[in-house]
Write a protein that binds this ligand. Sequence first.
Ligand SMILES: Nc1ncnc2c1ncn2[C@@H]1O[C@H](COP(=O)(O)OP(=O)(O)OP(=O)(O)O)[C@@H](O)[C@H]1O
Length: 281
Amino acid sequence: MSDLAGKSADDKSAGDKLINSKPADLVTAQNVRMVYTSRNAELVTALDDVSFGIAEGEFIALLGPSGCGKTTLLKILTGTLKRTSGEVTMRGQPLEGPRPDIGRVFQTPVLLAWRSVLDNILLPIELGEGRLQRRDYEARARDYLKMVGLEGFETKYPHELSGGMQQRVAIGRSLIRDPAMLLMDEPFGALDAMTRDLMNVELLRIWQASRKTIVLVTHSIAEAVFLADRVFVMTPRPGRLSEIIPIDLPRPRHLDMINSPEFGHYVRRIGRHFATHGAVA
Ligand SMILES: Nc1ncnc2c1ncn2[C@@H]1O[C@H](COP(=O)(O)OP(=O)(O)OP(=O)(O)O)[C@@H](O)[C@H]1O
């Protein structure tokens, strides 16, 4: 991460209590295994024996080397990819397909160029099952626009926005159906380092304001430590969870914390782990 000292997430309260309390798990995975069959009929084991629980409101960073199965695990958690074996539950029920209470943010924002910012945020309402009425969600869309820092940009089009702003629209869109959980696949990976740092601070502010559960995939040890309550460290393929590391840094987190000895301790500890078990890309 670059050094943009002094920026902080606004909310003063949300993070600490999550570390100290033990609410029931929102999502669980038990012995999840994923084997793909490639085009030449080769079997590729992407995930093996992955088990964990994630509490409501937690921020989890999924960290591991390229190709270790992070995206695969995220797709399984969205219900869009069927695991080969193992159990996944959400609120105690088996997760067997996509659900409206799980939102997803991709590495690139995938906005529709011919729709305004407000219309892009409302897209899941128009496409959603169950006759959702756009007018019932417009006030919420405006609230989320404000939350992601885009108040006043309702009528702009994607090409009029920076990359960071476009990704804020994508985050607003992922929140519009009020999901319990947001799954984010390297959401700021395409942005320059400075914008990425600022977006991470913004993301913590949005997380604390919206109180969603977040699972975020990253290649960056520093990003994982800065954002997460717990870092799930994966092995090289076939991806297993080799360690779950609670990050006991105070919240709200400021970018100048990355210079603290405690932050350095976590980064070195995870770095040593990868030096022993396999490198982060
Ligand atoms: N549809 C598929 N068919 C066959 N193999 C696949 C398929 N999708 C992914 N894989 C393989 O599964 C493994 C895990 O892929 P995945 O995209 O989940 O890794 P990742 O950790 O997200 O990688 P990266 O960090 O590079 O994005 C890789 O070896 C990949 O080549």
